[in-house]
Structure formats: structure tokens, C-alpha cells
Design a protein around this ligand. Structure first.
Ligand code: PGA
Length: 245
């Protein structure tokens, strides 16, 4: 696991965008795994800026998103499809045919999970971008006695719904279920880029990266992957001591 620390978020976002750009230059038809939430927004801004300067193209790339809310159509402002359009896809040359996001409105949600897994098998992810939840979740793989390897339907933890309520008018509006890639699908990515900022994530960063591997902290499973790069700003990294790794 490579850990890189940054004094400020802007440098971190620029570094992450450079890693993604390098991959696109080496392999224009690569498959990228994207995440939503507050953390990746700065990275997407950098990618849009690099694209508008003509320094990167996404025309041949494929993209898969980690998750999507159940019950929100792709045109709902808080759906992750809209998030991706707003922050990245609409401003770049991604081919809409190469964009994959679970369909949270599918009539048969189990079949939708299977369809997504088959697509992932057909197109292995070269680089998976990840954030981490305060409870150690990755995508919507919530802590528990057991984790699910494949794409599956999940009931969101009250903590996750509360954390995401800031994007909705009220907590009540936050969907109760989501479709998420499983930890197995995530760990199949050839490389993983975990990005964490803010003092409120310092404890979970230390638990995930330096604690024992446990389903109680899904992100701790990243310790088993051979190619993980972690980018931390000073606040997020303040409880993680190099001697504990
Ligand atoms: P955040 O979400 O980037 O909005 O903090 C991360 C996550 O819950 O995975």
C-alpha cells in the first residue's frame, strides 16, 4: 500500500487527476471505476480542466460507478447518474455508450445486480477511485457480520443516510436502499486509488489502514489488495502513523 500525504487538498486533487490522466495516456481504452460523494468532486474538476486544455481524452475509456440509489431515476438530481453527468461526463468526451451505472429503477433489482456483475466481468476495472465513509464503508458496503462479494442490493445504515441527508431536503427523502458493487468486485480492480480528506475521517483512516482486517470496517479489506494508493490530506492522515503500518 502506497500512502501519499498532502498539505492541501488542491495538491491532492491535482495528483489524483494526474494519475488518472497518465493511465488514459498509456491505455486510452482503459476501464475506470468512479465514486461519488464530496471527496471526488475536486478530482473531477481537475479532470475537466485537463480535458478542456486538450491534455486528456476519455473518448475510448469505459466507466463504471460503484453504486446507485434504489428508487431514484437517472434524471433525479440526487441520483449518482446526475452527479456524474454534472461533475464529469457532461464536460468531457466520454462516450455515453461506455458509461455504466446501476439502474436503481430496474423492475427486477436482483437481475440488475447480475447484469452489472456480468458487465464488470467483461470489462475488468483498471483503476478504481474510492472514498471512505465515516463507518468504514466502501461504495455502499456497510459494516456488518458479513460482506457480499458481488453487486448487490443493500439497506443503508442510518449513519449513511444521515451523512447523505445534506444533499436532500430532509433525511426522510434519502433512499433506504441502494445497489452497490460488492467488496469482491471492488478488489478485482487492477489498481485502487483511495482518496480521503478531512479531520472527521482521521479515525476511520487509521482503523482501515492500520487496524485488523474485519467486516466491521469494509475498507480494511483494501489491506489485502496488491496495488492500492492512498492519498490523504494532513487532517485525514493525522491519526495514521507510519510506524503502525
Ligand atoms: P464523502 O463520502 O466523500 O461525501 O465523504 C465518502 C463515502 O461515503 O464513501
Amino acid at each position: 500500500m502506497k500512502i501519499k500525504r498532502f498539505d492541501d487538498k488542491a495538491a491532492l486533487y491535482a495528483y489524483a487527476a494526474r494519475l488518472i490522466t497518465q493511465l488514459l495516456q498509456e491505455k486510452p481504452d482503459c476501464t475506470l471505476g468512479f465514486a461519488t460523494g464530496s471527496t471526488p468532486i475536486g478530482i473531477y474538476e481537475q479532470l475537466v480542466s485537463l480535458y478542456s486544455q486538450g491534455r486528456v481524452s476519455f473518448a475510448k475509456a469505459l466507466s463504471f460507478n460503484l453504486d446507485e440509489y434504489v428508487g431514484l431515476s437517472g434524471s433525479h438530481p440526487q441520483s449518482y447518474r446526475q452527479y456524474m453527468l454534472q461533475h464529469l461526463f457532461r464536460h468531457t468526451d466520454f462516450n455515453p455508450r461506455n458509461i455504466y451505472i446501476p439502474d436503481g429503477m430496474a423492475a427486477d433489482l436482483e437481475a440488475e445486480c447480475q447484469r452489472y456483475d456480468s458487465l464488470l466481468e467483461e470489462h475488468p476495472i483498471d483503476l478504481q477511485l474510492l472514498g471512505i465513509g465515516h463507518n468504514g464503508h466502501i461504495g455502499f458496503n456497510e459494516p456488518g457480520h458479513a460482506l457480499t462479494a458481488r453487486t448487490h442490493l443493500v439497506t443503508l445504515e442510518p449513519e449513511t443516510r444521515a451523512a447523505n441527508a445534506r444533499f436532500f431536503h430532509s433525511e426522510d427523502e434519502v433512499p433506504r436502499q441502494a445497489i452497490t458493487m460488492g467488496m469482491g468486485s471492488i478488489l478485482k480492480a487492477r489498481s485502487i486509488l483511495l482518496v480521503v480528506t478531512g479531520a472527521d475521517k482521521a479515525a476511520v483512516v487509521s482503523e482501515a489502514l492500520a487496524g485488523s482486517i474485519s467486516t466491521a470496517c469494509p475498507a480494511s479489506l483494501l489491506q489485502t489488495h496488491a496495488d492500492v494508493t492512498v492519498l490523504l490530506d494532513r487532517d485525514a492522515g493525522r491519526e495514521l502513523h507510519d510506524s503502525s503500518l
